[in-house]
Ligand binder design. Structure first.
Ligand code: SF4
Ligand code: MG
Length: 335
């Protein structure tokens, strides 16, 4: 499949009173057509900053690109002017957010919000845009789209607002759809419906998806590949199967351990003790060292290199060094 996005050595910092917060540190990943990549991590891991960088939604200053490139269709997003970004944002790459109420306009009907970009960017007439709007609402599974299109966001349920936001994001047939915690505010049943919808849309529209989430459970069925971020770095990446059944990184094990199991019922979920590193002064070595139950002396002072475990799986952990003791994943990390 054709690669549409290549992120190379991306580093993003924020200038604060206390110094530079190094939010994203030397991040590398790719995305192909029709692929869903999940970026998973706790809050403060750099996942949202990474996503916002792809759309250049980072406010600069205080934010800045320190290093690296974001090649979209072969051209570097980092180097684009604000004007050039306007024709990429919302059209080539579009984004949906956690809380639809903050990104839907409460004073405009949903139909108007869909039509706006179609009229502005695709040169459609009002009538064409309206028809396309009805089609899009139908595509995302909103019942009675002909009526619903004339309603305001507050007349929609939470799940429907999320669907409406997806419809708006898809209006211009973007090549990439970025979804930042798209289901966090929804109850579990609706979460599952929205994830099904995204998977279905990818099949039907061909849009590649980047899914940002703190919840590894959300991505189990939805993502083709997963990148696990911690302390501004990708610590492990692989296909969903590789990370669910053959992870070799203690932080991924921790995330798996804090996930409810299908059967199993009552056993306690293991949250990972401790808190993420201070990115004003990031650790010299492995970012997870302070919380890792397997940390060795070397971990504190030296960053582990990636070990390629397959064509698709890469893991940055000293346990994979031949000199390290043998460690098996804990019971809780086994799916
Ligand atoms: Fe733990 Fe060391 Fe591996 Fe980091 S490199 S995850 S501290 S064992
Ligand atoms: Mg976030």
């Amino acid at each position: 499949m054709k690669k549409i996005l290549e992120v190379n050595n991306l580093s993003v910092s924020f200038d604060t009173f206390g110094g530079d917060v190094k939010a994203v540190r030397d991040v590398n990943f790719e995305l192909s057509e029709r692929e869903t990549l999940a970026i998973v991590g706790e809050s403060g891991s750099g996942k949202s900053v990474t996503a916002q960088s792809l759309m250049r939604l980072i406010q600069m200053p205080p934010g800045k690109f320190v290093d690296g490139s974001i090649k979209f269709d072969g051209e570097d997003i980092v180097q684009k002017s604000d004007k050039q970004m306007e024709s990429i944002r919302g059209q080539e790459i579009s984004m949906i957010f956690q809380d639809p109420m903050t990104s839907l306009n409460p004073t405009m009907t949903v139909g108007k919000q869909i039509s706006e970009s179609l009229i502005k960017h695709q040169g459609m007439s009002k009538k064409e845009a309206h028809e396309r709007g009805v089609e899009l609402l139908k595509l995302v599974g909103i019942p009675h789209p002909e009526t619903r299109i004339n309603q305001y966001p507050h007349q929609y349920s939470g799940g429907m607002r999320q669907r409406a936001m997806i419809a708006i994001a898809l209006a211009c047939n973007p090549k990439i759809l970025i979804a930042d915690e798209p289901t966090t505010a929804l109850d579990v049943t609706i979460q599952a419906q929205i994830m099904d919808l995204m998977r279905d849309l990818k099949e039907r529209t061909g849009t590649a998806i980047i899914l940002i989430t703190h919840d590894l459970g959300v991505v189990a069925n939805a993502a083709d590949r997963v990148a696990v971020m911690y302390g501004g770095k990708i610590v492990e990446t692989g296909t969903s199967d590789e990370l669910f059944y053959n992870s070799r990184h203690p932080y991924t094990w921790g995330l798996l351990g804090s996930m409810p199991k299908l059967e199993g019922g009552d056993e306690e979920l293991q949250a990972i003790p401790g808190s993420p590193p201070d990115l004003l002064d990031p650790p010299k070595g492995c970012p997870f060292a302070a919380r890792c139950p397997y940390a060795m002396k070397v971990c504190e002072n030296h960053m582990p290199e990636y070990t390629e475990l397959s064509d698709t799986q890469k893991t940055a952990c000293w346990l994979l060094d031949e000199r390290a003791p043998d460690v098996e994943p804990p019971e809780s990390a086994i799916a």
